[in-house]
Design a protein around this ligand. Structure first.
Ligand SMILES: Cc1ncc(COP(=O)(O)O)c(C=O)c1O
Length: 388
């Protein structure tokens, strides 16, 4: 391969550190109004299930086009409470993808059910829906489809396969707020969409926060009970519930940011397009983005040809001050806490390759042109100076 230069630049970057995240930048100087609302809340009380929680739930439902959303304490709890509300428990199997954040599978195991894994596709790194039917048995109760890295999976196709098998479809939308599948926002065309608003997410709280979006009134009611000790009223416990409410304070933060989410997602998509263009001459592959609007680039994945090249690139980026990270280095079926006969029922060659050959470059709405150029220069420099 020939020499690599950043098109139209040729500058010497002065950047020493390009962080993965810069959380305070999300306030863009507009924090005064938010701080006033926080102060007002602190002095008024209403910290638990205050009116701002319902306000955020309504605004989020409007943004998504969902019938209901129920605010909970994290994305992990969104998954656990959803499986609980659907009646998933011991003896049941729940199918998911072999390459996801561990919470997807831990939620299944936490309910006493068995996670069963399907391999990923080689092009978009998402669950290989051609292989989904092989994973169904008479014990399968649900599928958790994950929109990995911000790319929407094919929800209508997954919904058809689940319907034919009599299985409930749940979406893990933690990384993909705003993404659309066939023109429809993820998390709205299945039984439930599970959301995380942890600080790294495209829509981020100032701590842990999550939600579930649902179509069915009864399921929404059950989730509302479950998140609050199973009680419709104090001292009236109808279900064995949880303490998993969305904090009023976090609802305020989320309300403050929701209007800017689409602008931030558009900025992420523009950054991703620039990465693709500038890194195109290099021996790298990228997650297939699909149609416009299908990808909201929570993470930007690059894939090398070999594990040695990935590890070398990671070291080179780290030494150059670029916070690259491997998501995820161990496929879920190989995690000790999730191992077992069902984890070994199928093989996962693509998930294994992805775990060895991919890394994420920094992507956040506030990443500026100089930071982007430094990342591209550093990646290019690695391949021009003798990558394995
Ligand atoms: C795919 C996926 N599922 C679930 C979660 C869990 O969300 P939380 O960290 O809010 O519990 C995350 C987030 O970290 C995630 O990326």
């Amino acid at each position: 391969m020939g020499g690599y230069t950043v098109p139209g630049e040729g500058h010497a970057s002065t950047f020493r550190h390009v962080p993965k995240y810069r959380y305070p930048a999300q306030f863009e100087g507009g924090e005064k109004e938010l701080l006033a609302r926080i102060e007002e809340l602190l002095l008024r009380g209403g910290y638990v299930l205050g009116e701002e929680v319902a306000e955020f739930e309504q605004r989020l439902a409007g943004y998504l086009g969902a019938a209901h959303t129920v605010g909970v304490n994290s994305g992990t709890d969104a998954l656990i409470l959803t499986l609980d509300a659907l009646g998933v428990g011991p003896g049941d199997e729940v199918v998911t993808v072999a390459n996801s954040f561990h919470a997807t599978a831990q939620a299944i195991a936490r309910r006493g059910a068995t996670p069963v894994y399907v391999d990923c596709r080689d092009d978009d790194f998402l669950m290989d829906l051609d292989r989904l039917p092989e994973a169904f048995t008479e014990r399968t109760r649900a599928v958790i489809l994950v929109h990995m890295f911000g790319k929407a999976a094919d929800v209508p196709r997954a919904a058809r396969l689940c319907r034919d098998a009599g299985v409930t479809l749940v979406e893990d939308c933690a990384q993909a707020i705003g993404a659309r599948s066939h023109g429809v926002r993820v998390g709205t065309a299945s039984a439930a969409g599970c959301w995380s608003f942890a600080p790294s997410k495209n829509l981020a709280a100032a701590g842990d926060a999550g939600a579930v979006s649902v179509r069915d009134d009864e399921l929404a009611e059950r989730l509302r009970l479950l998140r609050h000790f199973g009680q419709p009223h104090q001292n009236d416990h109808r279900l064995l519930g949880y303490n998993s409410r969305l904090d009023t304070l976090q609802a305020l933060v989320l309300l403050h940011k929701l209007d800017r989410l689409d602008t931030w997602n558009a900025r992420r998509a523009a950054l991703a397009a620039t990465y693709r263009e500038r890194l195109a001459p290099l021996p790298l592959r990228f997650q297939q983005p699909g149609e416009e609007g299908e990808h909201v680039y929570h993470l930007f994945q690059v894939r090398t040809e070999t594990e040695a090249a990935r590890d070398g690139l990671l070291d080179h980026l780290t030494a150059s001050g670029v916070d690259a990270v491997v998501r995820y280095p161990v496929p879920l079926p190989h995690q000790p806490a999730l191992d077992g006969p069902a984890a070994r029922r199928h093989d996962f060659p693509v998930a294994e390759d992805l775990s060895r050959q991919t890394l994420c470059l920094p992507i956040r709405p506030d990443l500026d042109a100089a930071e982007l150029a430094h990342v591209c220069d550093t990646v290019g420099g690695y391949f021009t100076t003798g990558a394995p």
